[in-house]
Ligand binder design. Structure first.
Ligand SMILES: Cc1cc2nc3c(=O)[nH]c(=O)nc-3n(C[C@H](O)[C@H](O)[C@H](O)COP(=O)(O)O)c2cc1C
Length: 213
């Protein structure tokens, strides 16, 4: 499943049933966490609520509203050389799958602007006083969620672009003020768009592993 999962950026119209979403979230809740604190909450947007979020995001983008995610975004200058090389390599993977324009490709942009046309989006939240270890817990939860979904044939993408307007999400999803948006994970059944042909690889294990004896 680890090798089968990959980010899906274009979904068919087929719904993901509430019962399957419950099953996937139950699997995800078996992720490890600090003192088993299970510091995550999940808000899944579907149907009318999701349509309103999509419309509000489009409007925000049209009006050049600056994106203000609750979490800080990484600065390029703080990246390691290896990370920068990996990011560049990712750009090449995108180009070879969808064309020379890469992420500027109109289809890529359209998909992002429409929240990948996902029929369901799971938004993960934590206390707004969360420590960095709590964010580790939510990362484990998110990966377990995505692997469980893949085992059911449900495609996913975790995306910053889904949480760039937290105020819209808090209003539509009735998220209390003491919680912050960590990430959105779009869910649905993959269609046959070229956007789903982006195949990423990984740097050699030699570049990341240090075994000391
Ligand atoms: C925290 C996080 C945020 C991401 N945000 C975006 C995003 O905004 N747009 C996007 O196209 N992909 C986004 N991705 C997906 C990554 O590009 C993708 O996971 C990476 O290229 C590896 O590809 P794979 O998921 O297909 O294995 C995000 C991934 C993570 C973990």
């Amino acid at each position: 499943m680890i090798y089968k999962r990959r980010s899906i950026r274009s979904f068919s119209d087929e719904e993901v049933s509430d019962s399957l979403i419950e099953e996937i979230i139950k699997d995800a809740s078996h992720a490890p966490s600090w003192q088993n604190s299970q510091p995550w909450h999940v808000y899944v947007a579907k149907e009318g609520v999701l349509e309103r979020i999509k419309a509000a995001y489009k409007n925000a983008t049209k009006n050049n509203l600056p994106s203000e995610p609750d979490l800080t975004t990484p600065h390029r200058a703080d990246r390691s050389e290896l990370s920068l090389a990996n990011i560049e390599h990712w750009g090449d993977s995108v180009k070879s799958a969808i064309g020379d324009e890469g992420t500027s490709d109109p289809e890529f942009q359209e998909a992002r602007a429409n929240l990948y046309h996902a029929p369901a989006i799971a938004f993960l939240t934590a206390s707004n006083k969360a420590s960095e270890f709590t964010l580790f817990d939510l990362g484990s939860f998110g990966q377990t969620l995505m692997l469980s979904a893949a085992s059911w044939g449900v495609g996913t993408i975790p995306a910053y672009s889904l949480v760039k307007y937290p105020d819209i999400l808090k209003k539509e999803l009735l998220i209390p003020d003491n919680q912050e948006l960590v990430v959105g994970i779009a869910m649905g059944y993959p269609d046959d768009s070229k956007l789903n042909c982006i195949k990423t690889d990984r740097t050699s294990v030699d570049n990341i592993l240090n075994i000391r004896k």
